[in-house]
Design a protein around this ligand. Structure first.
Ligand code: ADE
Length: 239
């Protein structure tokens, strides 16, 4: 059974180039995933096709209205019997990380809601009970780019999405370490040589070297990840 991904957005055209390129495109061609784009504005009921309004209490910006979002979700969810895991992209959400991408890649249906403007009427969150996800502590003009980030990271984890040789299993983050350095031909470029170890042909030593490099880089560049890694390692040893 393929994964169905519904995306509710005011700008469906932003998604087509991304979903129609590279791995997201190939995954759909292989039948691993189906994308369904819905324009939230199609559910506006007034003459102006309004989807947002001024915030009660004043303040800058506009707020996404309840009615259009509820109607869009209801209409889209009816199109397929599979229950959807509802996701709203928002800087107020839980931080989206690899572990969540792995979890979501095992679902049968996802429904992502990308808002624009200052945010959603809080009753949308209350009523739909979505998982709110943030892709980082910065503010985008809308949830569209965040939704694309989430979709891309999930789709490439679907079994068969990546080529046979480049499985996602031993990548950065799946075990809490960042990647080792990579090199390709030529052996020397601009006076910079490829480390001898990688030319040795000794696969066991190369694997060890790469693991050391991952630890070293994580320690130096991502002390936050390194602390988690050490803690988990300690826990494992104590078990
Ligand atoms: N919408 C605006 N900024 C966002 C962010 N950082 N993550 C998710 N959705 C957003």
């Amino acid at each position: 059974m393929s994964l169905r991904i519904d995306i509710l957005t005011l700008f469906p055209e932003m998604f087509t180039p991304i979903l129609g390129t590279s791995i997201p495109k190939r995954a759909a061609e292989k039948g691993l995933v189906e994308y369904h784009l819905t324009n939230i504005r199609d559910f506006a009921t007034d003459n102006h096709k309004s989807v947002d309004d001024k915030p009660f209490g004043g303040g800058p910006g506009m707020v996404m209205m309840c009615q259009v979002v509820f109607d869009a979700v209801e209409s889209v969810e009816k199109l397929d019997l599979r229950p959807a895991t509802r996701i709203i992209l928002s800087p107020q959400g839980q931080r989206f990380e690899q572990k969540m991408a792995e979890e979501l890649s095992r679902k049968e249906r996802l429904l992502l809601i990308a808002g624009h403007y200052e945010g959603f009427d809080e009753r949308i969150i209350e009523g739909l009970r979505p998982t709110e996800l943030s892709i980082g502590d910065y503010v985008l003009s809308g949830g569209e780019l965040a939704a694309m980030v989430v979709v891309d990271s999930i789709v490439r984890l679907l079994p068969g999405a990546l080529g046979a040789a480049d499985g996602a299993a031993d990548e950065s983050f799946s075990d809490g370490l960042i990647e080792y350095p990579q090199y390709t031909r030529p052996r020397e470029f601009g006076g910079m040589a490829v480390p001898d170890m990688l030319l040795s042909g000794n696969h066991k030593n190369i694997a060890e070297w790469r693991h050391e490099q991952r630890e070293k880089r994580t320690r130096e560049r991502r002390p936050d990840l390194w602390a988690d890694y050490l803690r988990r390692k300690q826990e494992k040893e104590n078990r």
